[in-house]
Design a protein around this ligand. Sequence first.
Ligand SMILES: Cc1cc2nc3c(=O)[nH]c(=O)nc-3n(C[C@H](O)[C@H](O)[C@H](O)COP(=O)(O)O)c2cc1C
Length: 199
Amino acid sequence: MKNRYIEWMEKRRSTYALGKNLEQTEEILQYTIMEAIKHSPTAFNSQTSRAVILFNEHHNKLWNLVEEKLRSIVPAENFARTEEKIESFRAGFASILFFEDQDVIQQYQDQFFQYAEQFPIWSEQATGIAQHSVWMALAQEKIGASLQHYNPLIDQNVKEVWGIPDYWKLTAQMPFGSIEAVPSEKEFMANEERFKVFR
Ligand SMILES: Cc1cc2nc3c(=O)[nH]c(=O)nc-3n(C[C@H](O)[C@H](O)[C@H](O)COP(=O)(O)O)c2cc1C
């Protein structure tokens, strides 16, 4: 019998066809996201990961902001595709902004100076783990999501609009919502090229 967690992992996909048809309340969604991050491991239990959850007009504001920023750098003749992509994120129910607290990293670097070089690397690993945890928790609720990286382009605007401390570093954006189209099948490389097992 297959491990149940692996079965759930197979259900987590990058979902780009998002809608607003969710049964869960905003409170339940907020709780699920927060718990997923809380229970994700961090180096030395430093708990560097932070998140901002944007519902309703805040969610729209994020994607309007991304669109406006992109308009200033994407050639006009290619902008229709960009606009369509941003609209697919805005069509979702809400978005999560992931951050890493640089102040906490500095404190750990000062305290455990022999690992000073490692803490920023561990922080990047921690944000990835937190993102995967949330993505999995949402997938388990039959909610679709994808992982986006409009940072650092939008960092300053995000900080200004939502009053985010300067020492929170934006690491990813995750729009989520109802799954309006199932992602196409994924290809996998051969296990032999990827793994070595000795017994
Ligand atoms: C570190 C990391 C960065 C990613 N960045 C993006 C991104 O900027 N935009 C995007 O659409 N997908 C992004 N993805 C999603 C991957 O493209 C996707 O996970 C991969 O193709 C496998 O597909 P799946 O998520 O459906 O399993 C990222 C994934 C990871 C792990």
